[in-house]
Design a binder for this molecule. Structure first.
Ligand code: EPU
Length: 343
């Protein structure tokens, strides 16, 4: 049976450090325990407020007590196949994401280095299709196993069935139905560094390499770590959930009109002809960078990160987020969509 705790405090289990209680906290350490947890949910009737928890790094706990929280702690990582062109690696959903990335590099299996130092677990990575420095995890996922908490069936999803999009997947619609137990990654044998992201290229140039266009995967990982350490708050000192809003994608016509008024507007053409804007830039222009609202605020080094300066509740975060959304909408006519899940 999963290890169970009654009336558990969740403050230390979410990176924002927001307070909330769980009537039942079940620590799931194997597929078998996931099945048992699923049976427990069934025996209690339909779970009104159950939550599947990984590293708690993409979560806003709004304060209401939760009935059941399933904390996924399934471990394990191994090579499970190979072809002439690729290596297949499987990891348990509860593995720490960054440790897993560094482990793959240490084994000589590059491919995930651009996603170094992203907080959270292996099982949470596909849910919001984590991405950074020119790579989304969907580009490396071969398949995954997930338990349907509604039916108790364990199902394998290939990458197409995951319906990946920008910070999106089928596992968000609705969230809380699929408990991911293991993820398989296809890593390329003939690896090439992905350094088309300008900031990453500049960071590597500062490493003084003989050939800055051919860094090793470890060097790319080190550069990503250095960049993230500089730009994002240290979780040991300041609580946050990473980027709070998605970068908005707007129609080309609206982008052209905005550019006429704001020539410096950062924008990136998308394959479908639309344009992706930098939410951090929009928020900074509205004067929010470094500004506080009660115990929460916008991080001084990066306006896209909301931070808890201490003692905040979910309501404080919601109020700040709504104020920022209103200001950006009033000024630019652009809606910002939050990235984290609100529970
Ligand atoms: N910018 C500002 N002011 C700010 C912050 C950003 O003007 O305070 C502008 C700058 O023009 C900058 C641009 O925004 O060039 C983009 O900023 P950055 O390179 O930091 O990337 P981002 O779009 O803010 C995204 C991801 C991050 C990921 C980085 C690097 C989203 C929502 N966020 O941030 O992911 O690490 O790119 O690839 O797509 C996360 O999802 O939690 C996350 C940290």
């Amino acid at each position: 049976m999963p290890c169970a705790q009654i009336d558990a405090d969740l403050t230390a289990l979410n990176t924002f450090g927001l307070p909330a209680k769980a009537r039942h906290l079940l620590r799931v350490r194997s597929v078998e325990e996931a099945r048992q947890a699923c049976a427990f949910l069934g025996s209690e009737g339909a779970p009104r407020s159950s939550l599947i928890l990984g590293g708690g790094s993409n979560l806003v706990l709004c304060g209401e007590p939760l009935d059941t929280v399933l904390k996924v702690e399934i471990s394990g990582r191994r090579k499970c196949g190979e072809t002439e062109t690729s290596i297949l690696i499987e990891a348990g959903a509860g593995e720490n994401w960054h440790d897993f990335v560094r482990w793959t590099l240490d084994q000589g299996w590059p491919g995930l280095e651009n996603l170094s130092l992203i907080p959270g677990t292996v099982g949470a990575a596909p849910v919001q299709n984590i991405g950074a420095y020119g790579l989304e995890v969907s580009e490396r996922i071969e398949s995954l196993d997930a338990l349907d908490l509604a039916s108790g069936e364990l199902r394998q999803f290939d990458a197409a069935a995951c319906q990946f999009g920008y910070r999106d997947s089928v596992f968000k619609r609705p969230s809380g139905r699929w408990l991911i137990t293991a993820v398989r990654f296809r890593l390329p044998r003939h690896w090439q560094p992905l350094i088309r992201y300008g900031e990453l290229e500049r960071e590597l140039a500062g490493f003084g390499l003989d050939d800055a266009s051919s860094p090793t995967a470890h060097q790319v990982s080190d550069a990503v770590i250095a960049l993230r350490r500089r730009k994002l708050p240290d979780p040991a000192e300041l609580s946050s959930a990473g980027s709070f809003f998605k970068n908005p994608i707007i129609e080309a016509g609206q982008c052209a009109a905005l550019l006429a008024a704001y020539p410096a507007l950062p924008h990136h053409p998308q394959p479908d002809g639309r344009e992706k804007l930098a939410a951090g830039w929009l928020i900074e222009q509205c004067g929010w960078k470094g500004r506080r609202l009660g115990p929460v605020g916008c991080y001084a080094q990066h306006a896209l990160i909301l931070v808890n300066h201490g003692g905040a509740t979910g309501a404080d975060i919601l109020r700040l987020a709504a104020s920022i959304q209103k200001d950006v909408l009033d000024r630019f006519g652009v809606e910002l969509e939050p990235e984290p899940e609100f529970v």
